[in-house]
Ligand binder design. Structure first.
Ligand code: ADP
Length: 445
């Protein structure tokens, strides 16, 4: 028993003893000891029962009366219960207010939010936006199987992915085809999933506008550049020797600008495509072409090594794959000082087949690797410009690989060199035709 109850306990015990002693005294005076004692004991019992009833009424929560004042053990108990109940009521009120605030916030979200029971796959709750974006109706769709409630959306297979389901981009809303949605499935507890649908129509329109703008600007720049480039080519430095260095610089810069425009147009074209033509990409001639390009670019400053160990061909776009491989080879040459080695290898791997370009050049610091395939991202601006880069090469590589479901892996150490590896899966592998026919170099379109 806690110490502070002790005085109350002794006081109550003392009161009971005093009543019994008084009854004993009166009984002795009246000569009716037992009768007086019995009446006093019954009185005490009745009083205790009456106090017990009050406590029970309070516990049952039927009465909210103020606790009485006194210093006995019953008063203490009553007071403690009253205090506990008041605190609990306040806590309950606070929790309810919080719950209401959370619900109101979730209901007011501009994104559609649907809570799904993971085991039964039934809709448990949804907010207002789920009505306007996904067409869910209250109370019709409450407790309905989610596949049925969202039937117009092609998501049955996606939902079965559960925890591993990748976000679904660009899905038409069942209510209005012009509203494009992005869907995410978030497992937030063992029992519930959260399906969040966001209206991305505006974002997609802006993205489209950006793509159109870049494509149009690049296209419009092409003609004036061709004219400037053409006239510059017609000028002979021997006719005006004092202008020769300026003329050479102008030709170099106009060449650079033309390359930039061409790269931007290539990127725009790749972005606009969902898939590419699937043709047999003969790898023996492809590797021979890459070797020739590397040698031409290197001008005998590097050792070029070719390892063709896969003996298979690829399935995809000849032109785009050549552009991706060629970008890696040209980077390897441009970012490797004279005397280095460039190794182009086509080998079988655990995933399928790997095309890799290894150099012994400057290398790339680890911190730059996550962003290296972004447009115009460069480790060193001056080195890239000096080497004639546009900053778009790796971005083109990434787009081409996405369209081939291939993966780019970059391994690099500063001062030692870099390896760019492209991993192709089994669907992209073809038996090599050149093994059957006599190898003949194929012209890359
Ligand atoms: P750029 O036209 O500038 O070469 P890329 O998109 O091809 O543009 O490459 C982006 C940047 O990545 C380059 O500017 C360069 O800093 C770095 N980089 C690419 N390949 C290599 C490489 N083989 N070795 C070192 N750095 C590289």
């Amino acid at each position: 028993m806690p110490l502070r109850f002790r005085p109350a306990w002794y006081r109550t015990l003392g009161q009971h003893a005093a009543v019994l002693a008084a009854a004993l005294l009166l009984g002795l005076v009246a000569g009716q000891v037992w009768a007086f004692l019995a009446i006093a004991a019954l009185g005490l019992l009745g009083w205790n029962y009456w106090r017990l009833r009050k406590v029970l009424l309070r516990l049952a929560g039927r009465e909210r009366f103020e606790p009485g004042t006194g210093d006995g053990v019953w008063y203490q108990l009553d007071h403690l219960l009253y205090r506990g109940q008041t605190e609990m009521r306040a806590r309950k009120k606070r929790l309810l207010a919080m719950l209401r605030a959370y619900r109101a916030a979730a209901a007011a979200l501009p994104d559609a939010v649907v809570i799904i029971d993971r085991n039964t796959q039934r809709v448990q709750w949804f907010n207002k936006a789920a009505n306007t974006l996904l067409g869910l109706h209250h109370p019709r769709d409450l407790n309905a199987p989610v596949g049925e409630a969202l039937k117009p959306l092609p998501i049955a297979h996606w939902l079965s992915g559960g925890r591993n389901a990748e976000p679904l981009q660009d899905v038409a809303s069942p209510l209005d085809g012009t509203i494009r949605l992005s869907l995410r499935l978030i497992p937030y507890s063992d029992q519930y999933w959260l399906l969040v649908a966001r209206d991305v129509s505006k974002l997609l329109r802006l993205e489209q506008m950006r793509r159109d703008f870049v494509a149009n600007v690049s296209h419009e720049l092409r003609t004036p550049l061709t004219v400037v480039h053409g006239y510059l080519d017609m000028l002979d430095p021997e006719d005006m020797p004092e202008w020769a260095p300026m003329l050479a610089e102008m030709q170099k810069q106009s060449q650079r600008m033309t390359q930039l425009v061409e790269d931007l147009l290539t990127l725009s074209r790749l972005e606009a495509q969902d898939s590419l033509p699937e043709e047999n990409v003969a790898m023996a001639p492809m590797l021979a072409t890459l070797r020739r390009e590397a040698e031409a670019l290197s001008q005998q400053r590097h050792t070029i090594v070719m390892e063709d160990l896969a003996h298979v061909d690829l399935l995809g776009s000849n032109k785009e794959l050549h552009s991706a491989f060629s970008n890696l080879v040209s980077n390897a040459v441009r970012y490797t000082p004279a005397g280095g080695t460039i190794t182009i290898a086509f080998k079988p791997s655990a995933e399928g087949v790997t095309m890799s370009v290894r150099d012994t050049g400057y290398g790339i610091p680890q911190s730059h690797l996550p962003r290296i395939t972004e447009r115009f991202y460069r480790v060193s601006n001056s080195r890239s410009r000096e080497s004639g880069g546009t900053g778009l090469g790796l971005s083109i590589v990434k787009h081409v690989l996405n369209l081939h479901q291939a993966r780019l892996e970059i391994d690099s150490a500063v001062g030692h060199g870099s390896t760019f590896s492209i991993h192709f899966g089994p669907p992209r592998i073809q038996p090599r035709e050149a093994d059957l026919l006599l190898p003949q170099e194929q012209q890359i379109a």
